[in-house]
Design a protein around this ligand. Structure first.
Ligand code: BGC
Length: 388
């Protein structure tokens, strides 16, 4: 029974995803995950079809949930929005799903409209959360609870809960992957490395960087890792709005400026879009399979997973957006029913005003050795999609 309901929910998510699968501007591809089973890693907190989540539609009582998403330019947010909409609708909620295409003011207006049109709860994945402080205060005044989705809403006391992945854990997982693959703890070799970090207005980007450097900084200090551009700080390596084009330009500049005589061995990137940008720059500079660097990413997008299989990207961080939506939907239900949702972190996410009670899902590093087990067996993509 549980499984059937979950299957139905996820199939709806898949159809909705396919219907909204357009508007790609940055990524190489925006196809949807095939989702009819929970992810392999998600056993412990498998998505959702328990009695609580599957409360009868009548309980939702026509309540309206505004879901504000940042952009359709990368596949993950399309999937996030589709999963949220499908799961909320299956519980009887009316859903107003909006994408702001990385336009900060557009997101402010969308949220204002949600408030004006009588939303009972807001779910926000912000572009630049510092721009949302006023509109969040308006929501609070109107008694509308807010849940932060994936990205923390900073500088506000109007946010009730936060559903996300362990963002520092994402950085640590990328760092550990590099450490293991290059055997940094034992090697006598040195490896060149360049960094491509996330948007400075996204708290996740800072946490990822902290996690990554916790692992890699000692090797930079020892000289096992050599960053020839000298750009290792967050400020020097962050890329506004997670732009793939900027990542490509930065990589091109590094290759021409610092790697004329020596190959670049590692592109430590924080996002699959950046990995695509580095791939394009490396191809342009004449890199081949013989000297192709280790390239990291995040999100395990369909294109990234294909690139992992073909060898032009080394790894990514798999974040099961079905699971995140499930956790977030449970938060929506709880705040609207006056109940306490499940949380597992009450310490890490201080938004400068309050510590936001959070549920952290677990990110998983995927590469060509484990993608079948994690991604295919987990029902996220089918072999057919990956072969297309
Ligand atoms: C998310 C990542 C995503 C990035 C770019 C971050 O806030 O946590 O999963 O890759 O935004 O969209």
């Amino acid at each position: 029974m549980k499984k059937k309901l979950l299957g139905a929910l996820l199939s709806v998510a898949m159809v909705a995803t396919l219907l909204t699968g357009c508007g790609s501007t940055g990524s190489e591809s925006t196809s949807a995950p095939a989702a009819d089973a929970p992810a392999a890693d998600a056993e412990a907190d498998a998505p959702a079809a328990d009695a609580e989540a599957a409360a009868p539609a009548a309980e939702a009582n026509g309540k309206k949930v505004g879901v504000a998403m940042p952009t359709q330019s990368s596949e993950r947010w399309i999937n996030d929005g589709a999963n949220m909409k499908a799961q909320l609708e299956s519980l009887g909620y009316e859903v107003d799903l909006q994408y702001a295409e990385d336009d900060v003011q557009a997101q402010v207006s969308q949220i204002e409209n949600m408030i004006a049109s009588g939303a009972n709860c807001l779910v926000i994945a912000s572009i630049d959360s510092s721009a949302l402080v006023n509109v969040e205060a308006q929501a609070k005044e109107a008694g509308i609870p807010i849940i932060a989705y994936d990205r923390l809403l900073m500088d506000t006391d109007a946010v009730s809960y936060y559903a996300t992945f362990d963002n520092k854990g994402v950085g640590t997982a990328i760092g550990k992957y590099i450490e293991e693959k290059k055997d940094l703890a034992n090697t006598t070799e040195t490896y060149t490395i360049e960094f491509f970090m996330g948007s400075p207005d996204d708290n996740n980007a800072h946490m990822l960087y902290d996690g990554l450097m916790e692992v890699l900084q000692p090797y930079l200090d020892k000289g096992t890792l050599v960053c020839k551009s000298g750009r290792t700080s967050f400020d020097d390596t962050c890329i506004l709005r997670w732009s793939q084009e900027t990542a490509q330009q930065n990589c091109e500049n590094y290759l021409t400026g610092f790697y004329a005589d020596e190959d670049l061995d590692i592109c430590a990137t924080a996002f699959d879009g950046f990995a695509y940008g580095c791939k394009a720059a490396l191809e342009g500079a004449g890199y081949t399979a013989d000297n192709w660097p280790l390239i990291t990413g995040q999100d395990a997008e369909l294109m990234a997973t294909k690139n992992i299989i073909s060898g032009s990207q080394t790894m990514s961080i798999y974040k099961d957006t079905r699971l995140l939506a499930d956790k977030c939907v449970k938060m929506v239900q709880a705040v609207l029913e006056g109940e306490e949702p499940e949380i597992n972190d009450t310490e890490q996410y201080n938004n400068n005003v309050i510590v936001v009670p959070s549920y952290l899902c677990t990110p998983v590093a995927v590469d060509k050795d484990n993608y079948k087990e994690i991604i295919v067996d987990g029902g996220y993509y089918t072999e057919e999609q990956l072969a297309e």
